[in-house]
Design a protein around this ligand. Structure first.
Ligand SMILES: NC(=O)c1ccc[n+]([C@@H]2O[C@H](COP(=O)([O-])OP(=O)(O)OC[C@H]3O[C@@H](n4cnc5c(N)ncnc54)[C@H](O)[C@@H]3O)[C@@H](O)[C@H]2O)c1
Length: 275
């Protein structure tokens, strides 16, 4: 029971990695606030938790500062404190961002290469990326982590007992694979992690990041089997991650087992990218 007596908020907890983190934390004795933009999926996660009678759901769009403030108001009212925040909510793309055109071109380019031709089609992702698409992906991934960290810090400082913030970034922050808006946001999360760790350390608030590699969640199941297989083959471990394997790294960073670790980025990516 490494999180006994702790109050933990997990954003984007209605699916995939966030759900696995909520389940792992609850099994370790935490009271979990299961938050998601989708009330229905948050309820499904809540129903799956050990010790669910002590947990609650809270609908929240992390990209909206006012929505985040409302959620934290509820947390303060209900528990009066927060010990752990996991900034997990994220999206890889958004309708109309131009990413679909880029992917179509990449597929054409791959076909040309497979036919042994000199490719005449290029990715050129930025050419079709819209302002709104860029802002939305950055707003959810990076803006969300900012909004939630600010409210968490206010509550943790008020409580005076410190806390742990765990930010879910991505291997894409280093490798550049995926949408460039997504890579930019996930790299921004690492900068946010460093800045917060330096600033909040004297308040006994530790701030760390996890960079998962390809993980078997609904987000990844949406892509083709062929693409998934190629990602698995690119890993020295020869497979994709299960969400629970990312959740146990979050448990380490959230718990006192990592009491002298702050400002760190933990790669949970099966060796798909090393640094
Ligand atoms: N699956 C992977 O391969 C992988 C790899 C690297 C990093 N990640 C990161 O891990 C995190 C979880 O990814 P996942 O694969 O479990 O995704 P997922 O799509 O399965 O789950 C994401 C959850 O976030 C919620 N969400 C989306 N926008 C939101 C918003 N504005 N406010 C609140 N909630 C919102 C969704 O409703 C969903 O429940 C993300 O930050 C993602 O970028 C995933």
């Amino acid at each position: 029971m490494r999180l006994a007596g702790k109050i933990a908020l997990v954003t984007g907890a209605g699916s995939g990695i966030g759900r696995a983190i909520a389940q792992t934390f609850a099994a370790e004795g935490a009271t979990v606030v299961v938050s998601d933009i989708s009330a229905e999926s948050a309820q499904e996660t809540l129903a799956s938790l050990a010790g669910k009678e002590t947990c609650i759901t809270g609908t929240c769009d992390v990209s909206d500062g006012a929505s985040v403030k409302r959620l934290f108001g509820e947390i303060e009212k209900q528990y009066g404190r927060l010990d752990i925040l996991v900034n997990n909510a994220g999206i890889g793309q958004t309708p109309g961002d131009g990413f679909d055109k880029y992917q179509a071109r990449l597929a054409q380019r791959m076909e040309q290469l497979q036919r042994g031709e000199t490719p005449t089609v290029f990715g050129d992702q930025i050419v079709d990326m819209t302002d709104a698409g860029f802002d939305t992906v950055v707003g959810v991934n990076l803006g969300g982590a900012f909004h939630c960290s600010r409210e968490a810090a206010r509550l943790m400082i008020k409580n005076g007992e410190g806390g742990s913030i765990v930010n879910i970034s991505s291997t894409g922050a280093f490798s550049g694979e995926g949408g460039l808006h997504y890579c930019a946001a996930k790299a921004g999360i690492l900068g946010l992690t460093h800045g917060l760790a330096a600033d909040l350390g004297p308040r006994k608030i530790r701030v760390n990041a996890i960079c998962p590699g390809p993980t078997l969640t609904p987000a990844l199941l949406a892509i083709s089997e062929e693409w998934r297989q190629s990602m698995a083959a690119a890993s020295p471990l020869g497979r994709l991650a299960e969400p629970e394997e990312v959740a146990t790294t979050a448990l380490f960073l959230a718990s006192d087992e990592s009491s002298y670790v702050t400002g760190h980025t933990l790669l949970a990516n099966g060796g798909t990218y090393m640094h």
